[in-house]
Write a protein that binds this ligand. Sequence first.
Ligand code: 6GU
Length: 223
Amino acid sequence: MRIDIITVQPGLLESPFSHSILKRAQTKGLLEVYTHNLRDYSTLKHNQVDDYQFGGGAGMVMMIEPVVNAIESLQAKVQYDEIIYMTPDGQTLNQGMANQLSLKGNLLILCGHYKGIDERIREHFVTKEISIGDYVLSGGELAAAVLVDAIGRLIPGVLNDETSALLDSFQDNLLAPPVYTRPEEFRGWKVPDVLMSGDHKKIDNWRHDMAVERTKERRPDLL
Ligand code: 6GU
């Protein structure tokens, strides 16, 4: 999968993809991530990319021209399956959306800033609008990093048995069960006996029961 990200703050996206699983996905050749500075596509003085909004009101709006220049120059090289605009008024990201997007070939992500982007970009270019939750961030970059992480780890071949996503929280609309590691006892606090039993059928059942119980208690809306 190839992901291109258009942003006015490329520095914010420098490190999130250079660690751990996303780094491995790139090393393995399963994921390529490129960031593009919107200012490089401005034809105005001082590489201006934002302007006052028509009708008045506080806050700047990202201009249509540099954004369209950026999108079209990328489209000349890459055929995108989705052009995603990161915005707090988009569809809230969930595991199902991440699963679906992880099966795509090429994604273009546009990070919003200021008061947002000229609405005509949304009408004529954007195919999907995504938010990462009901709170406001200063820009779409951190949200884009969250989206790329959620998608990247699901790309077939990225995870191995050890890191498998199959038992993650949300994969079957259940939260994950509790987990334990050595030592078996710490300050008198013991690991549940069943996990030490070696009976895999019993362990699987226990994990499922705990997942259901945890979901009922913490996220009944998922059931
Ligand atoms: Cl995608 N962008 C911004 N600016 N704030 C957000 C968001 C996105 N998702 C949640 N809050």
